[in-house]
Design a protein around this ligand. Structure first.
Ligand SMILES: [Zn+2]
Length: 168
Protein backbone atom coordinates (compact mmCIF):
# COMPACT_ATOMS: atom_id res chain seq x y z
CA UNK A 1 0.00 0.00 0.00
CA UNK A 2 1.38 3.44 -0.87
CA UNK A 3 1.38 6.00 1.89
CA UNK A 4 -1.89 7.92 2.15
CA UNK A 5 -1.79 11.15 0.19
CA UNK A 6 -4.58 12.78 2.15
CA UNK A 7 -4.34 15.31 4.93
CA UNK A 8 -2.30 14.52 8.03
CA UNK A 9 -3.98 12.20 10.50
CA UNK A 10 -6.38 10.90 7.91
CA UNK A 11 -7.78 7.83 9.67
CA UNK A 12 -7.00 4.43 8.27
CA UNK A 13 -9.75 2.28 6.89
CA UNK A 14 -11.62 4.91 4.90
CA UNK A 15 -12.91 4.00 1.49
CA UNK A 16 -10.23 5.09 -0.96
CA UNK A 17 -10.33 5.26 -4.72
CA UNK A 18 -7.86 6.01 -7.52
CA UNK A 19 -8.91 9.67 -7.78
CA UNK A 20 -7.78 10.41 -4.25
CA UNK A 21 -4.78 12.71 -4.08
CA UNK A 22 -3.72 16.32 -4.11
CA UNK A 23 -3.28 18.57 -7.13
CA UNK A 24 -0.87 21.49 -6.94
CA UNK A 25 -2.72 24.34 -8.59
CA UNK A 26 -1.62 27.55 -10.27
CA UNK A 27 -3.84 29.46 -7.87
CA UNK A 28 -1.27 28.78 -5.17
CA UNK A 29 -3.32 26.20 -3.34
CA UNK A 30 -3.53 22.46 -3.54
CA UNK A 31 -6.85 20.79 -4.17
CA UNK A 32 -8.21 17.35 -3.34
CA UNK A 33 -8.99 15.08 -6.29
CA UNK A 34 -6.59 14.01 -9.04
CA UNK A 35 -9.46 14.08 -11.54
CA UNK A 36 -11.24 16.98 -9.93
CA UNK A 37 -13.88 16.91 -7.26
CA UNK A 38 -17.61 17.31 -6.97
CA UNK A 39 -20.18 17.93 -4.27
CA UNK A 40 -23.92 17.54 -3.99
CA UNK A 41 -26.06 20.56 -3.12
CA UNK A 42 -29.29 18.74 -2.30
CA UNK A 43 -32.32 20.89 -1.53
CA UNK A 44 -35.83 20.11 -0.43
CA UNK A 45 -38.87 22.22 -1.14
CA UNK A 46 -41.80 23.53 0.82
CA UNK A 47 -45.39 22.78 -0.31
CA UNK A 48 -45.21 25.74 -2.69
CA UNK A 49 -42.19 24.25 -4.42
CA UNK A 50 -39.69 26.73 -3.04
CA UNK A 51 -36.34 25.52 -1.78
CA UNK A 52 -36.37 25.63 2.01
CA UNK A 53 -33.33 23.67 3.19
CA UNK A 54 -30.12 22.06 1.96
CA UNK A 55 -28.00 19.21 3.27
CA UNK A 56 -24.78 20.42 4.84
CA UNK A 57 -21.91 18.43 6.25
CA UNK A 58 -19.84 19.47 9.25
CA UNK A 59 -16.48 18.32 8.04
CA UNK A 60 -14.14 16.25 10.20
CA UNK A 61 -11.27 18.16 11.80
CA UNK A 62 -8.64 16.10 10.01
CA UNK A 63 -10.03 16.90 6.56
CA UNK A 64 -8.86 19.79 4.38
CA UNK A 65 -10.01 22.98 6.17
CA UNK A 66 -11.76 20.69 8.65
CA UNK A 67 -14.28 21.85 11.19
CA UNK A 68 -16.17 23.93 8.66
CA UNK A 69 -19.53 23.23 7.05
CA UNK A 70 -19.83 22.42 3.38
CA UNK A 71 -21.68 20.03 1.13
CA UNK A 72 -21.00 16.30 0.91
CA UNK A 73 -18.58 15.50 -1.86
CA UNK A 74 -15.09 14.45 -2.73
CA UNK A 75 -12.63 13.33 -5.34
CA UNK A 76 -13.90 11.97 -8.65
CA UNK A 77 -12.84 8.53 -9.78
CA UNK A 78 -11.10 8.25 -13.17
CA UNK A 79 -13.69 8.81 -15.91
CA UNK A 80 -16.47 9.42 -13.43
CA UNK A 81 -19.05 12.06 -14.30
CA UNK A 82 -19.26 14.82 -11.69
CA UNK A 83 -22.99 14.16 -11.28
CA UNK A 84 -22.28 10.51 -10.48
CA UNK A 85 -19.37 11.28 -8.17
CA UNK A 86 -21.32 13.84 -6.19
CA UNK A 87 -24.25 11.48 -5.68
CA UNK A 88 -21.90 8.61 -4.79
CA UNK A 89 -20.07 10.71 -2.20
CA UNK A 90 -23.33 11.96 -0.69
CA UNK A 91 -24.50 8.37 -0.33
CA UNK A 92 -21.23 7.34 1.32
CA UNK A 93 -20.92 10.31 3.66
CA UNK A 94 -24.42 11.49 4.36
CA UNK A 95 -26.81 8.60 3.91
CA UNK A 96 -28.43 10.13 0.84
CA UNK A 97 -30.34 7.58 -1.23
CA UNK A 98 -29.46 8.15 -4.90
CA UNK A 99 -32.98 7.05 -5.88
CA UNK A 100 -34.35 10.18 -4.23
CA UNK A 101 -32.03 12.65 -5.97
CA UNK A 102 -33.00 14.54 -9.12
CA UNK A 103 -30.03 16.40 -10.60
CA UNK A 104 -31.08 19.77 -12.02
CA UNK A 105 -27.94 21.64 -12.92
CA UNK A 106 -24.24 21.98 -12.24
CA UNK A 107 -21.87 24.84 -11.55
CA UNK A 108 -18.18 24.41 -12.30
CA UNK A 109 -15.29 26.17 -10.61
CA UNK A 110 -12.53 25.69 -13.20
CA UNK A 111 -8.91 26.06 -12.13
CA UNK A 112 -7.48 24.48 -15.29
CA UNK A 113 -5.55 21.57 -13.81
CA UNK A 114 -8.38 20.98 -11.36
CA UNK A 115 -12.06 21.73 -11.21
CA UNK A 116 -14.85 21.45 -8.69
CA UNK A 117 -18.39 20.76 -9.81
CA UNK A 118 -21.31 21.63 -7.57
CA UNK A 119 -24.21 19.38 -8.52
CA UNK A 120 -27.53 21.00 -7.67
CA UNK A 121 -30.28 18.48 -7.06
CA UNK A 122 -33.80 18.29 -5.73
CA UNK A 123 -34.76 15.77 -3.07
CA UNK A 124 -37.66 13.75 -4.45
CA UNK A 125 -38.05 11.69 -1.29
CA UNK A 126 -37.51 12.41 2.40
CA UNK A 127 -33.85 11.87 3.23
CA UNK A 128 -32.64 11.00 6.72
CA UNK A 129 -29.42 12.96 6.22
CA UNK A 130 -26.87 11.80 8.79
CA UNK A 131 -23.17 11.00 9.08
CA UNK A 132 -22.49 7.62 7.55
CA UNK A 133 -18.70 7.64 7.60
CA UNK A 134 -15.81 9.27 9.44
CA UNK A 135 -15.61 12.27 7.13
CA UNK A 136 -18.48 14.00 8.90
CA UNK A 137 -18.90 15.36 12.41
CA UNK A 138 -22.51 16.04 11.56
CA UNK A 139 -24.84 16.11 8.59
CA UNK A 140 -28.03 18.14 8.71
CA UNK A 141 -30.79 19.79 6.77
CA UNK A 142 -30.13 23.51 7.18
CA UNK A 143 -32.69 26.19 6.36
CA UNK A 144 -31.55 28.52 3.60
CA UNK A 145 -31.55 31.54 5.90
CA UNK A 146 -29.36 29.73 8.43
CA UNK A 147 -26.67 28.68 5.95
CA UNK A 148 -24.58 31.90 6.15
CA UNK A 149 -24.62 31.74 9.95
CA UNK A 150 -22.59 28.54 9.97
CA UNK A 151 -18.77 28.57 9.85
CA UNK A 152 -18.56 27.61 6.20
CA UNK A 153 -15.78 26.13 4.13
CA UNK A 154 -14.34 29.29 2.52
CA UNK A 155 -14.86 28.08 -1.04
CA UNK A 156 -18.48 27.18 -0.28
CA UNK A 157 -19.04 30.47 1.50
CA UNK A 158 -17.78 32.31 -1.58
CA UNK A 159 -20.00 30.26 -3.90
CA UNK A 160 -23.14 30.27 -1.76
CA UNK A 161 -24.79 33.47 -3.07
CA UNK A 162 -24.55 32.23 -6.65
CA UNK A 163 -25.62 28.73 -5.67
CA UNK A 164 -28.55 30.11 -3.73
CA UNK A 165 -29.71 31.85 -6.88
CA UNK A 166 -29.85 28.50 -8.68
CA UNK A 167 -32.45 27.16 -6.25
CA UNK A 168 -36.15 27.58 -6.97
ZN1 LIG B 1 -6.70 26.28 -7.72
Amino acid sequence: MPAPTGPPSRPAGLHRQPGDGWVECGCGRRHWGLHGAAGLLLFRTDPQGRAEAVVLQHRAEWSDQGGTWGIPGGALAPGERPEDGAVREAAEEAGIDPAGVLVLTTRVLDHGVWSYTTVVARATTAHDARPTDHESLAVAWVGLAEVPARPLLPAFEAAWPALRDLLP
